[in-house]
Structures are given as structure tokens and as C-alpha cells.
Ligand binder design. Sequence first.
Ligand code: LLP
Length: 409
Amino acid sequence: MYCEKVPVAEIADAVGTPFYVYSYRTFERHFRVFNDAFKKIPHITCYSCKANESSAILRMTARFGGGADIVSGGELYKALHAGIPANRIVFSGAGKTGEELRSAIRAKILMINIESEGELQAVSRLARTLKRDVPVSIRVNPEIDPRTHPYITTGLKKNKFGVLWEDAQRLYREIKKERFLAPVGISSHIGSQILELTPFVEAVRSLKSMIRQLKGDGITVRMVDIGGGLGITYKDELPPHPEEYAGVMEKELEGMGLMLILEPGRVLVGNSGVFITKLLYIKKIPGKTFYIVDGAMNDLVRPAFYGAYHEIMPVKKGRGDTIKVDIVGPVCESGDFFAKDRPIASVKDGELLAVLGAGAYGFSMSSNYNARRRVAEVLVKDREFYVIRKRETLRDLTRGESVPPFLKA
Ligand code: LLP
């Protein structure tokens, strides 16, 4: 298996296992295909940092002209640090702290997507104290079922995200009265890994009708933020092509003079990266074979957390015979698996396996559970590879900790 022109095994020799490897060219292509699809309408592609907030990925985004969708002060820091212009950054999230809001206002980001009445009050207070004009939008909950995994739907009535329309309308009126707040946009995000266009069309239609009602109240927004959520192929899914997605958006927004804000994450980075792990042991019990690998749920939690499917294949072509195995990690949880009863070309211990589609919500959701060091990340461009994050050292595992004096004697 190669990443661009580099044999994956060569990277493994250099950095050890497990690790993530990303392709520059793939990310670039995904970004451009997505962004260019919308070229007929004014838009900003605000890459959703949470999918993968490695500084090298953020820098690539900045270079390709993208903005950022952030959900924390940490992501704001990283996005700015990577050179993403503040006026291309939107801030979502149900629980922004005063400190996070203050730094976003100071940085002069494009807009803050407000998700509750309490947050609106916090933003108003800060705007008055700082005497800064703050561009805001309300993230409305369009009450749409995107028909995806329940953990990643966000626009249903029962979800914690966004504000129901009847409340949002009232909040817009309050914003209008505030001297330092400017209602510049309206936003929504209905979920993730969405495989049909209909939910997006329904969402943008309801945003359009809300925009019309706001006009009636004398409030003119100029930006409509449709969120992220376009799905990708992990197994045999057939997600809409970005051009189809752009086509329907274009049709819906024609003549409205709005700036479209997009917050794609997974669709840009998901299939730009794979996770490489080494087979440690083959363990057989009656009726089952386990491939025990050196990567685990702390490194890539999607299978354990969502029962997500990731294609897994040997880095070196298998010898032909296919066997059915459970691919599991060393973490002390039965949920620590990458695949169950999965047919795979049989390999020997010591060989490498690639877990595909791991570029989004892979490293960014990783942890130190079981005092496992967070893994290395590598970026490949053409014939070269670059370590963009070193594997953590043992010392990193105690960094920031301290032991009270009475325990030291
Ligand atoms: N905008 C907002 C406000 C979001 O909450 C999200 C994702 C996105 C944009 C980007 O969505 P995307 O284009 O990547 O679908 N950890 C889960 C996915 C959680 C998504 C959370 N919000 C997973 O591994 O499937």
C-alpha cells in the first residue's frame, strides 16, 4: 500500500506503529472539488476543525482559501495560529464560556452562532463591556431528521443544539435592540454522515422561510450557514457528490443575495487519512479468531463508540486466503474493537493493517486511556513524508501532573 508515492511500510519503519497518515493531494482535491462546486454563489467553506484539528491540516485549509468552523477557544487558537483569517471563522457550540466568547469577539471573527437565550445574554453583556460590534447569528433547530446515526443527529427537536424557531424569532428582535450586536446571519447544522440531499433541501427551505419572516420584522441577514454533514463512503454508501449538493443549494438560494456558509468536516478529511496498526498476536478460541493489534479504541474510537464500519486491509497484499476475524486492541474493554467477524486476507503477526476512512474524527477523538501515548501523525506529499505530530513520550504522560508533598516522603 502506498500513500501517494510513499510505501506505507517505509513510514512505519521510520515512525513505528500505530500512526495516522494523511495525503496532501487527497485533502487538496477534496477541498477544491467541494469549494469549486459552489463557485457560482458567494460562499465560504469553513472547514469544521473538530474533524481533524492538526495544525498542518489547518494550514492547508488556510492555503486553499478556506475558513474555519470552530467550537471552542482551543480551536479558535489553533485556527488563527494556522493562518486562517478571523473574518472567515464561525463559532458554533451549545456551551461557549465567557472566556471563549471574549476571545472570539476580540479576534473579530465572522460571526458567533448563538445557541440559547443565556448565551445571547452573555454575548450582549460582553459586547457592551468591550464596546465592540459583534456579528451574530442564531443557530436554529429546523427539526429535521437527517436519517443518520442517533449520536450524530443534531437538528431534531429533542437535541441540545440550536434554538426552536419561535424562540429564535424573539431572540432576533432582542438582538435588533442591542447597540453592539449585529444580526448578520442565520445558521443550522442538522447532523453528520448524511447520505441524501433531501434533509439539506428541507433545512435550507426552512431557513429561507425564516429569513423572510425576519424581513417582516425589519431584520435583514446576509449570511446563511447550512452547517456540515455531507456523508462519505466507508463501505458501500453512495453519498451525493458535492456538485449535486451545490446544485440544489444554488437553485434554492438563487436571487436572494445571500452569502452561503458551509461547515464541511468529514467530507474533506475523512478519506484523506488512514490509521496504520501492527498485528501483534493471532489468538484462537473455539469458533473465533482474534487479530490483536497495537492500535486501540483510545486511538480511533468510532467503531467502539458508534459501531462504525471502517474498511480494514493488509498493507502488504495478503496471500489470498480469506479468514473471518475480530480485530481488537489492547485496551481493557470488550468494546475495544475495530471490526467484528470481518473477512480479511490472512496475515502473519508483525504485519501491518490499514484502517481506512480514518482522517475525520480519528486522531481528534483520541485519548490517553490506559496511559497509552497518543500516536504520531504523518503527512505525505508526493514522494516525501513529514511527521506532523510526534508520538507522545512516556514523559508526556505525566506532564502537568503533580504529587502533593505528603505523598513524596
Ligand atoms: N458544524 C457543526 C455545528 C457540527 O456540529 C459539525 C459536526 C460539523 C459542522 C461538521 O460535520 P461533518 O461535515 O463532519 O459531518 N464524531 C462523529 C461526528 C460528530 C459530528 C459533530 N458535529 C463521528 O465520528 O461520526
